[in-house]
Design a protein around this ligand. Structure first.
Ligand code: NAD
Length: 528
């Protein structure tokens, strides 16, 4: 039994956790029992009532959630569809103003929502606040965009003809989110999709229902205050059955799915089978490459944040570190020193850098991955065990470093825990080959000061990922750039740049304002 262990409680974490949750729940208007469904008219769910758990101590948090069922989802989609016409006909800048107000409202709740993320997801408090800030930022971005959603004018080859491209709303967007970013994923999708004129149904992970409910309440309040039909943004938080109902439903024009490659693959097939659109944000197996000329201070700080941040539970977590052989020993020594300083514990407490894993199953996955790495000849450099001391629950593990062969099979897979595989290389070309050798293609980073290296890395023969960084970590993307990755990461793009196009349908329009009918390509089809 991998899970069995004893752990020692830190002095006073449990009472403080309860009192933090109590005050946060008050601010966020959470009740003792919370319906995880808002169908645009009422908050009502008909599924099982479960305890909302906290990975901090592995115990019920004190609040309960009644989960949504496919029948609840049905009410949501029906109402979202009915609200579609009015919202589509609302001018885009007016839609943008509503999204701006959602950002304003969220600003007021940065702290309580950040704390709730710490309690329910297990991320440290500053990362919780940072996640809410991402939603705020994307609201600002979307508001500006709502005043300038572009469309091209294209020169026509025919006299007296005018050609243009327009971007219309898709209809209704279904959003399915992973457990590790319950607020930000909702935000990336909601803000952009709303200004594009879509209505939505969204579903977060059932293990982070409180965060989803609190976020939905904020959005609903803003809509009601503005006399906008709240059914433009409905919410059904349930399990797999609710996700499957959404994925199969032909009324859902776009399924925006964030989660594992395995489930994303199933989702993609089902949606394609009904000629729907999908936007996939799936797993990553992200690497940092370090050249001998790199600034090693930046390297060490970046690897620490990349590999240990969110306890290794980010899609952009750095899981592979390729060090040039000339600086390998130096970086390894510095990293190990840094890892020794990392405080593991209750993520609501100041100074803690590594909180718990989200579930006890993830602890098993961690221990299994450690055994696999050892079986493949990996040399444990630091960590490798559960953390028993100074932590308030059973879900804590030690951030871990293995030295291992770049050809080891375990290096090829994303295990959602803080394990870093460190490997050596001799040339940049070789390291780029390693970077590109895994099935995912989300994020990647090179550390160097050499312009030739930088241009090679960022060019067409460089990293094959959607995010290609230089001298910064693999994680912590800004919302202004399009976020997403290639290959098994799914190819989707969310957030900034022209990601809005994924929430629209493209229309090519040709207008003949002349008195004649010249055909394209000079075709003569008989004249009258
Ligand atoms: P998961 O795939 O287990 O679940 C994701 C969501 O899908 C949950 O809401 C779940 O209830 C739902 N779901 C499960 N089965 C379904 C089905 N058959 N049909 C429809 N919905 C279904 O992922 P997780 O464990 O919650 O999250 C971790 C994974 O998500 C990691 O692989 C991580 O890399 C990835 N992730 C990717 C990004 C990104 O932007 N690329 C962001 C965050 C997380």
């Amino acid at each position: 039994m991998l899970r069995r262990c004893t752990y020692r409680l830190s002095n006073n974490s449990l009472p403080s956790l309860k009192s933090i949750l109590k005050s946060v729940a008050g601010e966020l208007q959470l009740d003792e029992v919370n319906a995880a469904c808002f169908d645009g008219k009422v908050w009502k769910a008909t599924g099982e009532t479960v305890n909302a758990m906290s990975p901090i101590d592995g115990n019920p948090s004190g609040l309960r959630v009644q989960l949504a069922t496919p029948a609840d989802y049905e009410r949501c989609i029906t109402n979202a569809k009915a609200a579609q016409r009015e919202w589509q006909l609302t001018p885009a800048p007016v839609r943008g103003e509503i999204v701006r107000q959602i950002g304003e409202e969220l600003r007021k709740y940065l702290n309580p929502l950040g704390k709730l993320l710490a309690i329910e997801v297990g991320k440290i408090f500053p990362e919780g606040v940072g996640e809410v800030q991402e939603y705020v930022d994307v609201c600002d971005f979307a508001c500006g965009l709502s005043r300038q959603i572009p469309g091209q004018v294209i020169p026509s080859e025919r006299k007296g003809h005018f050609m243009m491209e327009q971007w219309h709303p898709l209809g209704t967007v279904g959003i399915i989110a992973a457990f590790n970013f319950p607020v930000a994923v909702a935000g990336w999708n909601t803000a952009i999709s709303m200004i594009c004129g879509n209505t939505q149904v969204w579903k977060g992970s059932p293990t982070t229902s409180l965060c989803s409910i609190a976020t939905q309440k904020i959005v609903t309040r803003v809509l009601e205050r503005n006399n906008i039909n709240p059914a433009i943004a409905t919410f059904a938080n349930g399990g797999v059955d609710v996700g499957q109902a959404m994925v199969r439903d032909p009324r859902v024009n776009l399924v925006s799915f964030t989660g594992s490659c395995q489930i994303g693959n199933e989702v993609a097939k089902v949606v394609a089978g009904r000629f729907g659109k999908s936007l996939l944000e799936l797993g990553g197996n992200n690497a940092i490459l370090v050249m001998p000329d790199a600034d090693l201070r930046l390297v060490v700080r970046s690897v620490l944040f990349g590999a240990v941040g969110t306890a290794g539970q980010r899609c952009t977590t750095c899981r592979r570190l390729y060090l040039h052989e000339d600086i390998h020993d130096e970086v390894m020594a510095r990293l190990k020193e840094c890892y020794k300083q990392v405080k593991i514990g209750d993520p609501t407490q100041t100074g803690v850098l590594c909180g718990p894993l989200h579930t006890i199953n993830a602890v098993d996955a961690f221990l299994e991955a450690v055994e696999k790495a050892k079986a493949e000849g990996g040399q444990l450099q630091i960590g490798g065990e559960r953390q028993h001391i100074g932590v308030p629950g059973p879900n804590y593990v030690q951030p871990t470093i293995f030295s291992i062969s770049p050809n080891a099979k375990c290096v090829q897979h994303e295990v959602f825990v803080p394990i870093l595989y460190v490997m050596k290389f001799k040339t940049l070309e070789e390291a780029i080959g390693y970077n590109n050798s895994v099935e995912q293609g989300l994020s990647s980073a090179l550390f160097t000061k050499n312009i030739q290296n930088i241009m090679t890395w960022t060019g067409p023969r460089g990293s094959d990922c959607g995010i290609v960084n230089v001298n910064i970590p693999t994680n912590g993307a800004e919302i202004g750039g399009a976020f997403g990755g290639e290959k098994a990461t799914g190819g989707g793009r969310e957030s900034g740049s022209d990601s809005w196009k994924q929430y629209c349908r493209r229309v090519s329009t040709t207008i003949n304002y002349s008195d004649s009918l010249p055909l394209a390509q000079g075709i003569d089809f008989g004249s009258s």
